[in-house]
Design a protein around this ligand. Structure first.
Ligand SMILES: C[S@@+](CC[C@H](N)C(=O)[O-])C[C@H]1O[C@@H](n2cnc3c(N)ncnc32)[C@H](O)[C@@H]1O
Length: 227
């Protein structure tokens, strides 16, 4: 593991994404990859509490994705990258600190998560652009498209956990990804089988490759692209 002071938490099933969070303790996460070092703030869930706004803490998939990015920087050298469901923003901030992309937008649909994301972008003096983007919401999508057009790469860590959200997530990717673009997904095992995502993505013409299987081979990093 390349970084210190990192906490990964499990998620409760049946959470509601856009409600007020329950009781949390604030926490600071120190993230170090080589010469790059920064801190992000989040709210650590108290034991026994139901986690309602999942972007308020850091998840193991973003840890895995950051580690992968650090080891495979050339894949992430693009002029425009969009992160979906960015939570605290640590993946986008790392991409910015490693100077891999001219424009990196970290989006989230949850207002509480977005507030922390904005605060983390500012405290790390990062040039990441935080944006509200609820998957499938054409007002959010169009406002990003008008300003930034299409993206070379879309990334996401631990954003597959509600079956009902998969069509909206894939539709968002379809709207904002260049035809030759890449979608990189760090999967975290929850109650949605990855095969369902793969099948729905294939219907939209997106084929997948496994870039890295992950520690127990059940939480891979996937790359999707148009056939
Ligand atoms: C499990 S968290 C992962 C956060 C971050 N990627 C990480 O790995 O640390 C999922 C994130 O997706 C966001 N999210 C969930 N459903 C969403 C939707 N329909 N539209 C936009 N964001 C959504 C949540 O607000 C949350 O920040």
């Amino acid at each position: 593991m390349l970084h210190d002071g990192y906490a990964a938490n499990e998620c409760d099933d049946g959470m509601s994404m856009f409600e007020e969070p329950a009781s949390y303790r604030e926490d600071v996460f120190d993230i170090t990859f080589g010469d790059v070092s920064f801190q992000v703030r989040g709210l650590k869930r108290d034991l026994g509490q139901t986690l309602q706004s999942t972007g308020l803490t850091i998840w193991r998939a973003s840890d895995h994705l950051n580690d992968y990015i650090y080891r495979n920087m050339n894949l992430f050298r693009h002029s425009k990258i969009l992160e979906l469901g960015a939570g605290l923003g640590m993946v986008s901030i790392l991409i910015d600190k490693l100077d891999l992309s001219k424009t990196i937008i970290a989006s989230d649909g949850d207002d509480a998560a977005l507030k922390l994301l904005e605060s983390n972008v500012s405290s790390t003096k990062s040039s990441v652009i935080p944006k509200k983007l609820v998957w499938g919401n054409m007002i959010d999508i169009d406002s990003i498209k008008i300003e930034y057009n299409f993206f070379d790469m879309i990334i996401g860590a631990d954003i597959i956990y509600e079956e009902s959200q998969i069509p909206a997530l894939l539709a968002t990717i379809k709207e904002l990804l260049k035809p030759e673009g890449l979608f990189i997904l760090a999967f975290a095992r929850r109650n949605v089988p990855m095969n369902q995502v793969i099948n729905e993505a294939e219907i939209l013409g997106l084929t997948h490759t496994i870039l890295e299987k992950g520690i127990d081979e059940t939480e891979p990093i996937y790359m999707f692209k148009y056939i």
